[in-house]
Design a protein around this ligand. Structure first.
Ligand code: ATP
Length: 781
């Protein structure tokens, strides 16, 4: 099964489908404007390539028309547009003699360029230079000459013997070797092969023992993961331009030539000259490279050969040439159709060999050679149609970059080694001989650690920067010290407040409130709510511990430093603050004393809720039983009904079906059950609403209980006596309503006020005018 070349997946085919559309007449007209716009905008995709050129991803195959110079150019029939891109053909009805559809006499074609009276040099610039340059960057390229016999295909591809009339192949060879010379940092390997396809057989034009009689070399086209290759075809490495040109001329002389009435030198075979390029950096040897090939094809004459008088083996040749070109046309039509999955490349040797050279992921350019004489106008028309179809094919060039992991790793290792040596040399020049660029040893790490500790203690003023690895290690050591300090502080706080780790604290306090709110029926929903209540209490605790840790870190205290909020001068408060009971113990106490009333309400509400839930559950069970019973009765009735139908039904005079006693009682039973079910369901709905209401009350109570407890706990154990005193007069603010951090601010304020009062009493510190005048912020407070 042959695959669509250049379309590895269906998705890709579809994406191409959107980009590809047959060029309608309207599109052709629009194209001109688009091209102009593109020229103005510049190459928007050029950034995809290291150096921009005309080759961009997803674009149609380029087609040029080259007109062979003639003294008898049919000016009335062939006309060129001023843009050098459009060409129109006009054929008088009578003159056409019925060969072409006689309903129209004018055709218009649009190409990528018209090469009329154009020198070989200019042809190369227009057609090949960019393609060869792209090949040197890893993009495969194909140039194909198509046209009737004698139209100038070989002249375009190979050229004449005079240097200035040399064709595309010798110029491409020259460009490749010139690039190699101009890039001393690159190592470019060039290889050449020359293949001939003649009468559906393959011949190596550079193979040994050539000659028409000895053409029995068993060459075969093979598909491989790397692309198509011809088994047995000789591939010749060439290191100089001249060497490559010698091979070209050697192959040229071996090319199959047969006499023909149109042109005594006309070629009857398709010739494929391939330049293989392998390129990699000399500096970063083996790291990354490119591999590409330039396929240069000189096709056999495309004229309708059956009309040309010939005999014997010439007739056989004609049929093979006709067939292979017809298959080529079919391939081109298939490639241009985005919905075609199967491309029949293998139906001829020519198309099979060209499988990875037409469109797909390579740059492809067609040169259509035409004759300008009136006698050849029909062939010219046919060639132009072929060129138009070629332009429907879309190509998506991809660079062939080679990358070998193992050799690359080796090359990188070599590179690292070289750079290390270079650094060592530079250090030596700067008299820094102790620097090492290898990974740090255990002893070196220990030395850095002790240096960091010394620095923190103030034993040394600075840490000398030696290299990147050493700096990184210094930071690592700082990080380790900080995280150790964090752990110490946390451990200290936990032991101070008699807390286990966070998990334990959650369990302890959780069990307190959990016991209170535990649902006897242990319904999932209820459980979740209980946990949320526990989490509230626990989250407060955890937050508190975290806050204290943060404060400790901000003030720069070590694990042995006092916790902020401790007042050394106030012994009584210090005891209270430092040794409060655990929250679990305190909660018990709270429920018996200050929180007795709220705790009682909470319990009552909760027991009502549980009672409602129990009723709701038993009612739900009852409803389910009724439902099951109803289903049973329904099934029995269905069975009875079926049996009646099978045995035949009895009806009375009014036509009503007669049923037996049992069926009748079952119907009555079902009716009763339905009633009962409806009533139960309504009752359940009411109960649910009630439960929801009770649940809200319980939640509110729980929240209140916890918040009252928090207030009471802070008042009783957290806020120092003197602050409480300060807050009591007036009584408008309940201290427990103020977050702890605000309370601590008040404490600071209290101390500040005392200090200010002392200052006011000191002579000379406050001016006479300021005496007896309270500080301005007092009024604000
Ligand atoms: N642009 C041109 N300028 C000058 N001479 C040309 C040009 N094109 C073709 N010729 C001449 O026309 C003759 C036929 O050209 P050529 O052999 O290239 O045709 P062809 O298309 O390759 O024919 P075939 O299909 O038989 O190979 C040659 O003598 C060639 O030098």
């Amino acid at each position: 099964m042959e695959e669509r070349r250049g379309s590895p997946s269906k998705t890709k085919t579809n994406s191409r489908a959107s980009a590809i559309s047959r060029r309608s007449q309207a599109q052709e007209e629009e194209e001109e404007e688009e091209e102009e716009e593109e020229e103005e905008e510049g190459d928007s995709n050029s950034s995809l390539f290291p150096d921009s050129d005309s080759f961009r991803p997803i674009k149609p195959i380029q087609a040029f028309v080259r007109v062979k110079p003639t003294a008898h150019f049919a000016q009335d029939m062939i006309k060129f547009g001023t843009d050098d891109k459009s060409i129109s053909i006009h054929i008088e009805k009578d003159a056409r003699g019925g060969i072409v559809n006689n309903s129209s006499t004018d055709w218009s074609f649009r190409m990528d360029g018209l090469l009329h009276n154009t020198s070989q040099d200019k042809v190369y610039e227009a057609v090949a230079r960019d393609l060869v340059a792209a090949a040197l960057r890893g993009y495969n390229g194909t140039i194909m000459c198509y046209g009737q016999t004698g139209a100038g295909k070989t002249y375009t591809m190979t050229g004449a013997t005079e240097y200035e009339h040399r064709g595309i192949i010798p110029r491409a060879i020259q460009q490749v070797f010139q690039a190699a010379e101009e890039s001393p940092g690159l190592s470019i390997t060039v290889l050449i092969s020359y293949l001939e396809v003649y009468n559906e057989a393959l011949f190596d034009l550079l193979g040994p023992g050539l000659g028409r009689g000895s053409r029995n070399t068993p060459l075969a086209v093979l598909d491989s993961p790397q692309g198509v290759c011809v088994r047995g075809l000789s591939i010749h490495p060439v290191s100089h331009e001249k060497e490559a040109l010698n091979l070209l001329s050697e192959g040229g002389t071996n090319r199959a030539i047969a006499e023909h009435t149109l042109n005594k030198n006309s070629s009857r075979s398709h010739c494929i000259f391939t330049i293989y390029i392998e390129c990699h950096s000399r500096v970063y040897r083996n790291l990354k490279g490119i591999k590409s090939k330039i396929t240069l094809i000189d096709l056999a004459g495309s004229e309708r050969l059956s009309e040309i008088p010939s005999a014997g083996h010439i007739r056989k040749e004609n049929s093979y040439i006709n067939r292979s070109l017809t298959f080529l046309e079919q391939i081109i039509l298939a490639l241009a159709d985005p919905w075609r999955d199967h491309i029949p490349f293998r139906q001829s040797k020519l198309t099979h060999v060209l499988k990875d050279s037409l469109g797909g992921n390579c740059n492809t350019v067609l040169v259509t050679n035409i004759c300008g004489e009136a006698a050849h106008v029909e062939e010219t028309l046919s060639s132009l149609r072929f060129a138009t179809r070629m332009r429907w094919i879309m190509a998506e060039p991809v660079a062939n970059v080679t990358f070998e992991r193992e050799v690359s790793v080796k090359a990188l290792e070599e590179e690292i080694d070289l750079l290390k040596r270079e650094l060592t040399m530079k250090d030596m020049f700067k008299n820094r001989s102790v620097v090492t660029y290898s990974p740090l040893t255990g002893a070196q790490r220990a030395a850095i650690k002790s240096q960091v500790h010394k620095y923190l203690r103030g034993a040394i003023e600075e840490i000398d920067i030696v290299n990147i690895r050493q700096i990184q290690e210094v930071f690592k050591q700082f990080k380790a010290i900080i995280s150790q300090q964090e752990k110490d502080i946390e451990a200290k706080l936990r032991s101070k407040y008699l807390l286990g780790d966070r998990g334990e604290s959650k369990a302890d306090v959780g069990s307190e409130v959990g016991e209170e709110v535990e649902d006897e029926e242990k319904e999932d929903k209820e459980k979740k709510k209980d946990k949320a209540g526990v989490a509230d209490l626990d989250a407060g605790l955890v937050q508190e511990v975290e806050k204290l840790q943060k404060e400790a870190l901000e003030t720069g205290t070590s694990s042995s430093s006092p916790v902020p909020g401790e007042k050394k001068e106030d012994k009584k408060s210090e005891e209270q603050i430092n040794f409060p009971p655990s929250k679990a113990e305190a909660f018990e106490l709270f429920k018996q004393e200050a929180g007795r009333e709220i705790s009682r309400i909470f319990k009552e509400n909760k027991s009502i809720l549980l009672a409602r839930k129990r009723s709701s559950n038993s009612l739900a069970r009852r409803i389910n039983d009724i439902k099951r019973e109803m289903e049973g009765v329904r099934e029995t009735l269905e069975g009875k009904k079926r049996k009646r139908w099978q045995e035949g039904e009895y009806t009375d005079e009014e036509g009503q079906v007669i049923i037996d006693e049992k069926e009748f009682s079952l119907i009555l039973k079902l009716k009763e059950l339905k009633e009962e079910h409806r009533a139960g369901y309504a009752e359940l709905q009411d109960l649910k609403a009630e439960i929801q209401h009770c649940q809200q009350l319980v939640d509110k109570c729980r929240k209140r209980l916890i918040s009252e407890f928090e207030i009471w706990y802070n008042e009783s154990f957290r806020i120092p006596e003197d602050v409480l005193e300060a807050l009591r007069p007036g009584g408008s603010i309940r201290p427990g309503m103020i977050p702890m951090n605000r309370v601590m601010c008040l404490q600071t304020f209290d101390r500040t006020m005392l200090a200010l009062q002392k200052m006011r009493r000191k002579r000379g510190i406050v001016g006479a005018a300021g005496k007896n005048k309270p500080p301005s912020f007092l009024r604000i407070l």
